[in-house]
Design a protein around this ligand. Structure first.
Ligand SMILES: Nc1ncnc2c1ncn2[C@@H]1O[C@H](COP(=O)(O)OP(=O)(O)OP(=O)(O)O)[C@@H](O)[C@H]1O
Ligand SMILES: [Mg+2]
Length: 326
């Protein structure tokens, strides 16, 4: 299962993602954390001590990732595989496990939390790079991820409604908007709903930095009650922690806990519709090919004659059979 934290700049996405990851890591054997923000701050916010392993940026090594996921597929011929290319039966897939080749190679580790980072702009990117290009490795990663109901994947994302423009918009089973009790912050959530109404049933709100009854009423006025997962107070504990009082982090976690329990319950009650996912991926791929990718690659049709036999169900069943044989 995959969850993303979204919202306006500074609303508390990274703080909330990091808190939720720590909450999960206390109760579950493995958590995959993903920093999908161009301003990569998740590692620092996790407060899990020194992370082991080399630091890779998925944005930089996107071609290696795509090459790996391509596996033995032949349907593409000479045509390139891109972030939205749907898998084939001969692709390589990823499992949410510390033993997975791709995850193990590219993540940094702190106990049972493994962290993948998309990474920031480089000097060479200035004026020339679109962040969406950096996200192609992550898009392909998600579209080849065979995660089941007990697998926990948590992403901290870029501010704003940007992810609607990529195939990441439907990659998550649940989107949680972190919303401050201000009109600007609420508007980012409402804008998302208006451009992506098809994602409304998987999109929720955590009201953050709520200071008193007036703030709670403001949120209740603008967000439908069944979408609100909870309220996190404007935390003096977090402030104390940021002033150097290490022990205050536990107090802040206690403040967040009831909300995280609700997030976890809601998230894990979702069922992935794999066929719906594949249809959406194919449609998105065709759209981006027609809009610009085909032209960009010299007029080839990147979405034609792809492996029609492919379904996620088949590869999941195959991998379950392989596990039973081990
Ligand atoms: N519940 C809270 N109480 C008090 N301060 C908070 C709370 N949540 C977050 N903050 C503070 O708000 C600031 C912004 O938080 P954070 O970096 O998590 O936001 P963000 O949405 O990830 O920002 P960006 O858009 O820059 O990625 C930080 O200084 C953080 O400590
Ligand atoms: Mg952030």
């Amino acid at each position: 299962m995959r969850i993303a934290f979204l919202g306006k700049g500074g609303a508390g996405k990274t703080t909330t993602s990091a808190g939720f990851i720590r909450y999960l890591a206390n109760k579950h054997p493995f958590v995959l954390a993903i920093d999908a923000d161009v301003n990569a701050h998740l590692k620092g916010a996790l407060h899990l001590g020194k992370l082991e392993g080399q630091e890779y940026e998925l944005g930089e090594i996107r071609n290696d990732i795509i090459e790996y996921l391509k596996g033995e597929r032949t349907d593409l011929g000479e045509r390139p595989m891109v972030g939205t290319t749907p898998p084939s039966l001969k692709s390589r897939f990823v499992k949410v496990s510390p033993d997975d080749t791709l995850i193990n190679k590219y993540s940094q580790k702190a106990g049972n939390v493994y962290l993948l980072t998309v990474g920031t702009y480089k000097e060479a990117d200035v004026g020339g790079a679109c962040y969406h290009v950096k996200l192609t490795g992550l898009q392909s990663f998600f579209h080849h991820l065979l995660d089941g109901p007990n697998d926990l994947v948590v992403a901290d994302t870029t501010a704003g409604t940007d992810n609607v423009a990529t195939s990441l918009s439907f990659a998550y089973d649940m989107n949680v908007f972190v919303v401050e009790p201000t009109m600007k912050s609420v508007k980012v959530y409402l804008d998302f709903l208006s451009v992506a109404p098809h994602l409304a049933d998987r999109t929720y709100v955590i009201a953050n930095k709520v200071d008193g009854e007036g703030d709670a009423q403001f949120i209740a006025k603008h967000v439908t009650a069944d979408r609100i997962l909870g309220l996190v107070p404007q935390s003096k504990h977090l402030k104390r922690f940021e002033q150097g009082k290490k022990e205050a982090l536990n107090d802040f976690m206690t403040e967040q806990q009831p909300v995280f329990e609700k997030v976890f319950q809601t998230w894990t009650s979702k069922n992935r519709d794999w066929n719906g996912y594949l249809t959406r991926l194919k449609d998105t791929h065709t759209k981006v090919c027609r809009d610009w990718l085909d032209d960009y690659f010299g007029g080839v049709k990147l979405d034609e004659n792809l492996d029609n036999e492919f379904s996620y169900k088949q590869v999941i069943e195959k991998s379950l059979k392989e596990l039973a044989l081990v």
